[in-house]
Design a protein around this ligand. Structure first.
Ligand SMILES: *Cc1c(COP(=O)(O)O)cnc(C)c1O
Length: 377
């Protein structure tokens, strides 16, 4: 099929790493020294542009960190929550649960309030919990909970958190670079390889400078200490430990491509169109989406697995892959589901081609009916 990517790899309809453009991959065909002015200039440009994307004013700082997204989330929690602090996490999926686990592993006091995965977290529950737990110092939330693709009410949560005298920490990993988020937080973490369309390897935290400057000595870890990392970058523009040079070059190029595309609004519009084509096409094939359209972010979509015994996800996955597309397993605790992403260097052409591949695959497998099992929820 001529639907393949330029490298012949399948298109990645996943939550990341994603299909990147040839020009982003080409940007990595260089070796730059970790202490060289060249890299320092690249870093400075990246940090300045990330702050612009975050709409973060003069009183915010951007700290870059090596590693996948979880590393920078762990670094954010460890750097901002004091050792005698109390973290409250809003949990409606795997990434909220992961933040609670991180806090527990690092020995911070942590509480959660959990709600259904197919709905945004409840602001009423947040407010009520903050009234009961007066000693909560920090609240952690996920912007787009990639477990299902549900969009959480971060702005409204920020108002409640501020009223309670606590500080908000946001995992904006899967939305940053597409969905706007006002800088209503004390700190926010995201990474290079989702909506920014860079390659994996660079995480970053955008934080209020005043809050960050009070974080000396809080971190439980040397390598994940964002205060230390920030201080060094401010002092002489250096990384403390080997920087992911190639991933930084790719991110710099990816940020240029985001600007060229027309910024967040244009990117969000492309993803929304991709998502609309996907969900309409899947419904036309008989699939049921897990979420109501009103709470769905145009990032990743969760579909119920058909009850038809001819549908076996591993087989479905392998056959679609042969046709040039990689889909994603479900991550839900309760319902049988699978996921399809619409972010990355993907356009309507690929979404239409993916639907054609799915239709052909269902025919090959002999799946007659895509309705999910009634009793499942
Ligand atoms: C992808 C993602 C992460 C980070 O996951 P890694 O596998 O460590 O990159 C964290 N939070 C959310 C919401 C994500 O989508």
């Amino acid at each position: 099929m001529s639907d393949r990517t330029p490298t012949g790899d399948p298109w990645l309809l996943t939550p990341g790493p994603l299909t990147t453009t040839p020009s982003v991959k080409r940007a990595m065909q260089r070796d730059v020294g970790s202490r060289d002015d060249d890299l320092r200039a690249t870093d400075g440009r990246i940090r300045r542009r990330l702050l612009e994307i975050a709409d973060a004013t003069e009183d915010h700082a951007c700290v870059l960190l090596q590693g996948s997204g979880t590393f920078v989330v762990e670094a954010m929690l460890g750097t901002f929550v004091p050792r005698d602090g109390h973290l409250l996490v809003a949990v409606n999926g795997a990434y909220g649960r992961r933040m609670a686990r991180i806090a527990k592993v690092m020995g911070r006091r942590v509480s959660t309030f959990e709600g259904p995965e197919e709905a945004p977290f409840s602001l009423d529950r947040l407010e009520a919990t903050l009234v009961i737990a007066q000693d909560v110092t920090h609240v952690a939330v996920v912007h787009c909970e990639t477990t299902t693709g549900v969009l959480n009410p971060v702005d409204a949560a920020a108002v409640l958190v501020r009223a309670a005298g606590a500080a908000l920490l946001v995992d904006a990993m899967s939305a940053f670079g597409s969905l706007p988020l006002a800088p209503c937080y004390e700190a926010m973490a995201a990474a290079s390889n989702k909506c920014l369309q860079g390659v994996p390897g660079v995480g970053f935290c955008i934080a209020r400078t005043r809050a960050l400057s009070g974080c000396e000595g809080r971190a439980h870890s040397l390598s994940l200490d964002l205060y230390d990392q920030w201080l060094r970058a401010e002092r002489d523009g250096q990384w403390r430990f080997t920087p992911p040079t190639h991933a930084l070059l790719a991110l710099d190029q990816a940020l240029t491509e985001l600007e060229t595309e027309g910024g967040l609004e244009a990117r969000a519009a492309r993803y929304a169109e991709n998502g609309r084509i996907l969900v309409d096409g899947m419904r036309a094939l008989g699939f049921t989406s897990l979420l109501d359209d009103a709470v769905q972010a145009p990032i990743i979509y969760t579909f119920r697995s058909p009850a038809d015994p001819a549908f076996v996800f591993a087989d479905f996955y392998a056959r679609i892959r042969t046709r040039g597309f990689v889909v994603y397993p479900g991550k839900l605790t309760r319902a049988e589901t699978f996921r399809i992403g619409c972010i990355g260097a993907l356009h309507p052409t690929q979404m239409h081609a993916a639907l054609a591949a799915i239709q052909a695959t269902l025919e090959d497998m002999g799946v007659q009916d895509c309705a999910p099992e009634e009793s499942r929820s």
